[in-house]
Design a protein around this ligand. Structure first.
Ligand code: CA
Length: 401
């Protein structure tokens, strides 16, 4: 009820604010034209006139606060260690363990059905909405309509808006309860509407896929999505490891058993699995925490493409299971910001080892290019992008465009 009241208040307050601030008439006219065109496409998808009218009853203008936020993507611009401090906080670990105890039976049933460990499902739930406590109170229709009308990221948000209307047509959620983040991710699991349509499940058996108020549906929807993305039940997401002296960094991907044979050890003392593929991941370079990540790490990145996010999910899952804090300290030296990473991408492209986007984001593709460059230049191949590396690349290949 509190949420519904908050939305109502927001809807009542916003319209007068806009007119008092002198927003030109054409702005609302453009929004009305956008909604009118949308109505035709929605009806073609089976959304009734009544559903459409109910969805837009309280929405007569875009949300001016949302577009300014589209330039912020915290998990891509902050260093991984800063992100981990917030995402895997002691308070969150305590709350997560309490939720694990209270929901033990449900979590066990979900693990049995989908083959994803309870700790991993809980970790997603914890990071997406602090275990359901902060699922976001922005109207999903309003958020998506704002982004779609502005053509932010092309037609992506218009397609998501049509998917959201399809969800309303199915009757899984009332329009005034369909809420989430400013970017249209919904409920306790922060699914975009298309993800919801393809992967959300009704686990408590009431006939509705309720990722807003049902713990069971939320947790099972996370697990079902991970299963659909290819989660391998035989392996963890990854393992924090120690490398032996003189480890050959140029041979960084392959069988877990071979890494063990080369002297790589888990920091918690448990043995590495004998089978399964893994890649060495050094998100802070040599001397910082080192991981062997499996294909499940890429599955996590299917939920959210940031390396920091995936590492936070994996580490939080381990901590909820009683695992230790990371063994090695993070680096304190200078690091590349988004502009620096873009410059590095440009330089590595000039060096012929990178053909990905010049978007200033770290990820597997940039990491692979850094490693190829380092191997070619005879540098330690840790795949870690630093200002020193950028200077090295630019010294050989210029500053580019
Ligand atoms: Ca349900």
């Amino acid at each position: 009820m509190a949420c519904r009241r908050a939305l109502l208040v927001a809807a009542l307050c916003l319209a007068p604010t806009l007119s008092w601030s002198g927003t030109p008439q054409t702005s609302n006219g453009a929004f009305e034209a956008f909604v009118a065109a949308l109505r035709i496409d929605a009806e073609a998808r089976g959304v009734s006139a009544a559903t459409f009218a109910a969805a837009f009853r309280a929405i007569t203008a875009p949300d001016p606060g949302i577009l300014g936020r589209t330039r912020q993507q915290g998990e891509f611009v902050r260093p991984v260690w800063d992100y981990l401090v917030g995402a895997v906080s002691p308070g969150r670990i305590i709350r997560g363990r309490a939720r694990a105890a209270a929901l033990a039976q449900t979590l066990k049933a979900i693990e049995n059905r989908y083959g994803v460990p309870a700790s991993v499902v809980l970790a997603f739930w914890g990071i997406e909405s602090d275990f359901g406590a902060s699922a976001g109170s922005t109207s999903t229709i309003r958020a998506l309509a704002t982004l779609a009308e502005a053509k932010h990221r092309g037609t992506l948000f218009r397609d998501e808006l049509l998917a959201a209307l399809s969800i309303l047509q199915r009757g899984d959620i009332a329009p005034d309860r369909m809420s989430g983040s400013w970017a249209g991710a919904m409920g306790q699991v922060q699914f975009l509407p298309s993800t919801y349509l393809a992967h959300a499940v009704d686990f408590d058996g009431d006939g509705h896929r309720d990722i807003w108020t049902s713990d069971a549906d939320s947790l099972a929807s996370i697990a079902a999505y991970l299963k659909d993305l290819g989660w391998d039940p035989a392996l963890s997401w990854g393992y924090e490891v120690r490398l032996p002296e003189g480890f050959d960094l140029t041979d960084y991907t392959g069988d877990l058993g071979k890494f063990a044979a080369r002297g790589v050890r888990r920091v918690d003392g448990n043995p590495l699995p004998e089978r399964g593929n893994a890649t060495l991941f050094l998100p802070g370079g040599l001397g910082a925490p080192a991981f062997l990540i499996t294909g499940n790490f890429e599955v996590i990145r299917g939920y959210n493409t940031s390396d920091s996010y995936a590492l936070a999910v994996g580490h939080l899952a381990d901590r909820l299971d009683g695992g230790p804090v990371l063994a090695n300290p993070w680096p304190t030296g200078p690091r590349l910001d988004g502009a620096g990473l873009r410059a590095l991408q440009t330089g590595l492209a000039a060096a012929g080892v990178y053909d990905g986007p010049k978007d200033g984001r770290a990820g597997p593709k940039l990491r692979e290019a850094v490693r190829r460059y380092q191997i070619g230049a005879g540098l330690p191949a840790d795949g870690y992008a630093t200002p020193t590396l950028l200077a090295h690349v630019q010294g050989r290949h210029g500053r580019g465009q």
